[in-house]
Design a protein around this ligand. Structure first.
Ligand SMILES: [Mn+2]
Length: 368
């Protein structure tokens, strides 16, 4: 298994790359969507926290798709810093909102995603994380919930505020949209939209050598803002896998989100999906509680035995990248960096000790 860091768009610079190398990372996952643009709900020195129903900000330019040349330039900058670019995480709502909404621009948006996937393949970037969600990440509260009063995020009850027209995935794609809110749809309707999307895009992805990696719904409630969620229980990932046997149909396996779900045994779930070889990369995060009442914790301080999770992944020969998902903000002048460094140090020690134990066990059959 390999250690990586997820980097937000506004932090894609040499200082962040150096920070990743210093913390023992060999890989990075990058966000090209700027979640922090014109949004008052998201402080730029934290994960995008949003509010219960406050948008993260404005989506990008609908006519500016990520081009092969700029993707190659980014990959080379990252490689020059001594790292590998493992994945791009999340599509820009501006490029694909009518796929999620089944709107009039759907055909063009399918072409957009195909173009992005082809450009990624040409640029040598093999994984695209996505989140097939209408409401996106929302319904969350922020507070001193983690050990020692560290600021973290969580949920404090169901969120049913409807989504205004012109917004999807918790970002605004059309600031001039008429007043009103998005009508609710059924779970089956949303599954149908995902299935059509995968049927159309997976063949192109396969040909381009790119994996699409699906994040589960975060927070994983059955509905959010009166819209259905797709993967809000651990067993529901199987339906997504079973949608297509394509090797490009993979998972962005978010342990924190899976742990927030109300049903299932997380260790069995990690075993089940890692044994199928469909995990593209892992979001490594710990939480306390379940939806709709949970909060994010320090990596060693939540409900999940993260060492046991790693041991299961190793047993099933998962060889991909693990990145810290979010960490509580630590009390110092660099709260995000300190939280990440703490998580990465924990992960690095855990991976080294797993490796050591398996080597010792090979040398000495009675060990430990
Ligand atoms: Mn995640």
């Amino acid at each position: 298994m390999k250690l990586g860091l997820g980097i937000y768009r506004h932090m894609l610079n040499d200082d962040t790359f150096a920070f990743a190398v210093q913390a023992g990372c060999t890989h990075v996952v990058v966000h090209l969507v700027d979640y922090f643009k014109h949004g008052k709900a998201n402080p730029r020195n934290n994960q995008p926290t949003g509010g219960r129903a406050k948008p993260w900000g404005l989506a990008g330019d609908p006519d500016q798709l990520w081009k092969t040349g700029e993707l190659i330039a980014l990959r080379k900058r990252i490689e020059a810093a001594g790292l590998k670019l493992e994945a791009i995480e999340n599509l820009d709502p501006a490029h694909w909102y009518d796929i999620l909404l089944d709107g009039p621009k759907r055909a063009r948006h399918i072409q957009n995603v195909m173009t992005i996937v082809r450009n990624m393949g040409e640029a040598g970037i093999s994984t695209l994380g996505y989140n097939f969600s209408i409401a996106g990440v929302c319904g969350r509260v922020r507070g001193p919930f983690a050990r020692g009063g560290a600021e973290s995020v969580g949920m404090d009850g169901q969120e049913d505020t409807p989504i205004p027209n012109g917004a999807v995935w918790n970002m605004i794609y059309d600031p001039g949209a008429p007043a009103g809110t998005l009508p609710s749809i059924s779970h089956e309707e949303l599954w149908g939209r995902l299935q059509r999307f995968l049927e159309e895009v997976l063949p192109v992805a396969e040909q381009a050598g790119v994996r699409l990696a699906a994040h589960p719904d975060d927070p994983p409630t059955a509905t959010m803002r009166r819209q259905p969620r797709l993967v809000y229980q651990q067993a529901m990932y199987q339906r997504l896998i079973d949608t297509s046997p394509s090797p490009s149909n993979t998972l962005e396996f978010c342990l924190g989100t899976l742990a927030e779900m109300t049903e299932g045994n997380l260790y069995e779930t990690v075993d089940r999906y890692s044994a199928q070889g469909r995990i593209a990369y892992v979001h490594f995060r710990n939480v306390h509680g379940k939806v709709p009442y949970y909060h994010e914790t320090f990596i060693d301080d939540g409900d999940v035995d993260m060492l046991r999770v790693l041991a299961i992944l190793q047993r099933n020969r998962f060889e991909g990248v693990l990145i810290p998902d979010h960490s509580p903000q630590m009390t110092c002048s660099a709260p995000w960096h300190a939280g990440m460094a703490y998580t990465l140090g924990f992960m690095r020690a855990a991976l080294l000790s797993l490796e050591r134990v398996s080597r010792l066990a090979e040398q000495d059959p009675v060990f430990p």
